[in-house]
Design a protein around this ligand. Structure first.
Ligand code: NAD
Length: 259
């Protein structure tokens, strides 16, 4: 007897009716996420230090802008935020050996990339719990799972973010809230352009050599990730159909962490 298989078309990706708050949404990966989520019907709020860019992006997407310094964590303690999707993305990089690392630069990275995600998650969860739905997506990095020299602040903040994301997943599960990390290798953004220049200075080599000999040595696929590629994974995690995906870390590192 032949078995008849019924294949149903996958549900169309849609975020219609959803609201999304994207930190660092004015450029790079955050901007690509804002565009992608908006294209799928979400109303986006672009939270960024760069007020002018945040306004321009928000205006172009019919969303809202929130000009904010997310490293000023004291100011975030009393916040209450209403959003269905939170994308913790804002970040910076500082590169120096530990024995020369400026303590204030180290603290800035931890405030912006670990403490502020904690405070924003804290601010959005009550509303998500009330609605029985929420998506927290944390822009971690391959450096949330692996270390590189000279990046003590960044690597430790991202490793901390991994832990925060998992705890959020465990606490949020019974309320319909998922929390996941996305872990790209080097992505073609302003943050990486600056790192290329910094590393070139540190090692006394040409910028092109930094990409070839330092950044892409571990990756099997020898190219930078595009911001739009990261945004497509983020958008998938935001969908209803990703409801069973939580406490996970999704690498997009060209095979770096397969080693
Ligand atoms: N580019 C990469 O290779 C790469 C790889 C892995 C992970 N990431 C992570 O992705 C995220 C985004 O990186 P990107 O490459 O798009 O960077 P980017 O520099 O292009 O964008 C970062 C955005 O964050 C904003 N920002 C910086 N400090 C802020 C502050 N104090 N308050 C509010 N906003 C602030 C900036 O204004 C900017 O719009 C970061 O968390 C980064 O660690 C990047």
């Amino acid at each position: 007897m032949t078995e008849t298989k019924t294949t149903s078309a996958p549900a169309e990706a849609t975020l219609a009716g959803r609201t999304a708050l994207i930190t660092g949404g004015a450029s790079g990966i955050g901007l690509a996420c804002a565009k992608k989520l908006s294209a799928q019907g979400a109303t986006v709020t672009v939270a960024d230090l760069n007020a002018q860019l945040a306004n321009e992006v928000a205006q172009s997407l019919g969303g809202k802008a929130w000009a904010v310094d997310l490293s000023d964590t004291k100011a975030l303690e009393e916040l209450s935020l209403d959003t269905d999707i939170l994308i913790n993305n804002a970040g910076v990089q500082r590169v120096a050996p530990i024995h020369e690392f400026d303590p204030e630069a180290w603290r800035l990275i931890h405030r912006l990339m670990l403490e502020s995600p904690f405070l924003l998650i804290r601010a959005v969860l009550p509303g998500m719990y009330q609605r029985g739905y929420g998506r927290i997506i944390n822009l971690s990095s391959v450096h949330g799972l692996r270390a590189s020299p000279f990046k003590s602040a960044y690597v430790s903040a991202k490793h901390g973010l991994e832990g925060l994301s998992k705890v959020t997943a465990l606490e949020g599960a019974e309320h319909g809230v998922t929390s996941n990390c996305v872990n790209p290798g080097y992505v073609r953004t302003a943050l990486v352009e600056k790192q290329i220049a910094d590393q070139a200075k540190l090692h006394g080599i040409a910028p092109a050599e930094v990409v070839e000999k330092i950044m892409l040595t571990e990756a099997a696929v020898k190219r930078l990730v595009e911001p739009e590629e990261v945004a497509s994974l983020v958008a998938w995690l935001a969908q209803d159909e990703a409801g069973m995906v939580t406490g996970a870390s999704y690498t997009m590192d060209g095979g770096w962490s397969a080693r």
